[in-house]
Design a protein around this ligand. Sequence first.
Ligand code: AKG
Length: 256
Amino acid sequence: MRIFQDRPITDEDVARYREDGFIVFESIMTDEARSHFIDFIDQSPEVQDLLNGTRPLTHKKPFHGSTRNPLLNDPVTERMVDDPFLVEVLSRTIGEFRFDHAGCTLHRPGSKGFAWHHDCYWGPGQRNAYVGFLTYLDGFRRGDGSLSVVRGSHRVQNPDPQARGAKDWRDLTGGWMERTGVQLEEVHLELPAGSVVFHNTWNYHSVSPKPAGSAPRHYMYIGYRQPGGLFPASMTLDEAFLNRQSPERRKLFERD
Ligand SMILES: O=C(O)CCC(=O)C(=O)O
């Protein structure tokens, strides 16, 4: 099964990543791979529990069903980690890279979305790049679980974890625009099915709520980092998984 369409990474893409902190690849995933991942999400026990109402009601995000680690439970995800398209994006933007984590989620109508935040929290002395592929299996219309990003905000790098949950990204930048004179710009995306947003995790982003009556949203994430330190969400992979990887491939999963 091919996972991504052929799409060379251009110098313009790389320049956009450096300037904006993200690159949008519209409809880049093949329909076959999209259907596969949608079925994987729908059939996962966690999502089934959510849909059948058998999940405890006290759960923090009652409208989200996150699946088991897709990397350990789905051979196509296992293959996707070093898919030639992802490898080219990563090599051209951050150079050497390691797998960091992966996840799949079902967002149901009624879910609240996510307030402005970034996903990068470096430890002391840590400066390795941390990036991810946000994958929208069904795509989205603006205002219906849609992603907004702040162009150029990867430069701010405000490590304050309190940034999470603040109402407006301007509150999170700690006066960065005033200090530097560089204007940041909010971009509200609308994407067709199978689109991928590759982002620097310092980029501020938010997700709009999903209105009642809208279709469920199938979302997939795969994160990578340069060697140089783990992040809070970095995944530990089990021995059985690591043992079946070739020696060259094991490098991808090193925890350096
Ligand atoms: O669901 C999305 O579109 C993005 C999710 C997100 O903001 C995050 O995982 O940090």
